[in-house]
Design a protein around this ligand. Structure first.
Ligand SMILES: NC(=O)c1ccc[n+]([C@@H]2O[C@H](COP(=O)([O-])OP(=O)(O)OC[C@H]3O[C@@H](n4cnc5c(N)ncnc54)[C@H](O)[C@@H]3O)[C@@H](O)[C@H]2O)c1
Length: 265
């Protein structure tokens, strides 16, 4: 059993996708505070601010601006982080989008393809770009940020829900293939988290979601980040292929918010 603190990531290099804001920024900062240098991959130049905050903790930050849905761009981003910091030990697939809110019959090809491209192919691209090196060095941690929508479905967000469920399949398979090589792969399934997107939701929707959450509040990005840091840490080596809900009990409701509203109509 390790005697190191569960949050001790000194000497590790992390790559966090979608690190420009929200949960991704909180994860990058939490990993840096635990001692990791952090590669920040995002399509949004606001990732500069996350880099500044990481450096304030005393750790190194490397910015790799990239659209992770593009396999070449994702590979180049991972290579850049490895060249500037060191090969990636901890990969957090956090970048995710909702591209369209519409019933299945009205979902455009473009919206569906974009959600699959970013949410699922993007994660696959970054796993493929980093996992062989982790396995060769006998250590790696991969955390995929899924959603409670992976299980309960989400009316009018078929692409989002399907890709978040797809991430669970990716998680299980990577866990199976690499467990003997010291690489773990787990999925984190948040409920509603107080990010910019969620704060901007209409009050009526926020209230309804809150009422369906046993904890009667939304999560904070830092709470998701703390779970990710634990899964990346030395004491989490026997956890792999897991799907961990972090939803204030919201996952206990079989239907998530969007679906319940639809059924009332
Ligand atoms: N906020 C919530 O309530 C909640 C709940 C469950 C799951 N999640 C998941 O957590 C993750 C983060 O959510 P958030 O609320 O912080 O989102 P956010 O929209 O605030 O941040 C997502 C980040 O991903 C980046 N991104 C988008 N497309 C990209 C691309 N093609 N390449 C690289 N970067 C890209 C964005 O620029 C942005 O910085 C997402 O995967 C989301 O689905 C969020």
């Amino acid at each position: 059993m390790s005697t190191r603190n569960s949050s001790d990531l000194a000497g590790k290099v992390a790559l966090v996708s979608g690190a420009a804001r929200g949960i991704g920024r909180a994860i990058a900062l939490r990993l840096a505070k635990a001692g990791a240098d952090v590669g920040l991959v995002d399509i949004n130049p606001a990732v500069e601010e996350t880099a500044r905050l990481v450096r304030e903790t005393g750790r190194k930050a490397c910015i790799a601006t990239a659209d992770i849905s593009d396999g070449t761009a994702a590979r180049e981003a991972a290579a850049r982080v490895a060249a500037e910091l060191a090969p990636v030990d901890l990969l957090v697939n956090n970048a995710g989008i909702v591209n369209n809110i519409a019933p299945v019959e009205k979902m455009s090809d473009e919206a569906w393809q974009r959600e699959v491209g970013v949410n699922l192919t993007g994660a696959f691209n970054l796993v493929r770009a980093t996992v062989a090196s982790m396995a060769a060095r006998g250590f790696g941690r991969i955390v995929n940020i899924s959603s409670v929508a992976a299980r309960g479905g989400l009316a009018r967000q078929v692409g989002y829900s399907a890709t978040k469920a797809g991430l669970l399949g990716l998680t299980h398979t990577v866990a199976l293939e690499y467990a003997r090589k010291g690489v773990t792969c787990n999925a984190v399934l948040p409920g509603m988290v107080e990010t910019e997107n969620v704060k901007a939701m209409p009050a009526e929707i926020r209230e309804e979601a809150m009422a369906m959450t046993p904890a009667c509040r939304f999560g904070e990005p830092e709470e998701i980040a703390a779970l990710v840091a634990f899964l990346c840490g030395p004491e989490a080596g026997y956890i792999t292929g897991a799907e961990i809900d972090i939803s204030g009990g919201g996952h206990l409701n079989s239907l998530v918010l969007g679906s319940r509203r639809e059924l009332k109509k």
